[in-house]
Design a protein around this ligand. Structure first.
Ligand SMILES: NC(=O)c1ccc[n+]([C@@H]2O[C@H](COP(=O)([O-])OP(=O)(O)OC[C@H]3O[C@@H](n4cnc5c(N)ncnc54)[C@H](OP(=O)(O)O)[C@@H]3O)[C@@H](O)[C@H]2O)c1
Length: 237
């Protein structure tokens, strides 16, 4: 990992470096609340167990899930990540999801679905460029007030209720959202890898910040209007 100098970085313990204990640069959530509680620190590199691999990170992301942990939304976050303050060395930026809608559209098209995307007018062109057949502007129209029936309603931004969406589902239709993490299966990851390599699944990139601009990146994601992904560059080698 690189180690650009920054006033936010505490003094590095040179004895540790001489001993060969590798350090890495990380953004630590030191307190709950505003993005200013995020501090760039030098911490020890994780040691992989026998069945694990150590991955060098070149770029990561900030998504709404990170900002919700930082803001303790919901309260349950405290039970998982620390009751009064975040547990030691809490690193955000874990990506199993993020910008879910933009991936969902591409995967639905891959499986041959006709896709109607619910978004604001400013994002209509973007979602059509990745495969949406139609769009509904959520600022002007309630997508649940229609006679059209769908096989699947997927709420990627957790803004609607299953009970309201039920009436626009076909008889065996299903409603999905992100309230539960599905179990990651090896074959799913292999499929995603294959689609990415064949350029059939592309990440949508909104903005890129350097790791030193992490506070600004969180402020932007806090606004709730990112389009696709917000990337953070970590390692420029
Ligand atoms: N369970 C899990 O594993 C898990 C993991 C990560 C995230 N999540 C949750 O999943 C959700 C999505 O995260 P994300 O990072 O993919 O989202 P995101 O990219 O941060 O969502 C922002 C986008 O949502 C649009 N949007 C806002 N209100 C909308 C509405 N009423 N209808 C349609 N679009 C709307 C915004 O468009 P405008 O700018 O036009 O408003 C913006 O483009 C979050 O609620 C997050 O907490 C769950």
């Amino acid at each position: 990992m690189d180690s650009k100098s920054s006033s936010a970085i505490p003094t590095v313990d040179m004895k540790k470096i001489r001993k060969g204990e590798n350090l890495m640069k990380a953004v630590i959530c030191t307190k709950y609340g505003s993005p200013e509680g995020l501090k760039i620190q030098e911490i020890e590199k994780p040691k992989p167990k026998e069945n694990e691999v150590l991955i060098k990170i070149y770029a990561t992301t900030v998504h709404i899930g990170d900002t919700r942990i930082r803001r303790v939304d919901p309260f349950m976050v405290r039970l998982v990540f620390g009751l009064f303050k975040p547990k030691k060395n809490l690193i955000l930026g874990l990506e199993a999801s993020g910008s879910l809608g933009t991936f969902a559209i591409q995967l639905a098209k891959y499986y041959g679905a006709e896709v109607t995307a619910v978004c604001s007018a400013k994002n209509s062109e973007l979602v059509k460029s990745i495969g949406a057949d139609k769009t509904i502007d959520y600022t002007k129209e309630d997508f649940t007030k229609t006679q059209v029936k769908y096989d699947i309603v997927y709420d990627a931004v957790m803004k609607s209720k299953a009970s309201k969406c039920k009436k626009i589902l076909k008889e065996n239709g299903i409603f999905l959202n992100n309230s539960r993490l599905s179990k990651i299966q090896e074959q799913d990851l292999l499929l995603l890898k294959d689609l990415i390599e064949k350029n059939k699944l592309k990440p949508v990139l909104d903005r890129t910040y350097s790791i030193d601009e992490i506070v600004e990146a969180h402020r932007y994601v806090d606004e709730g209007h990112k389009r696709g992904n917000v990337a953070i560059t970590v390692n420029e080698e």
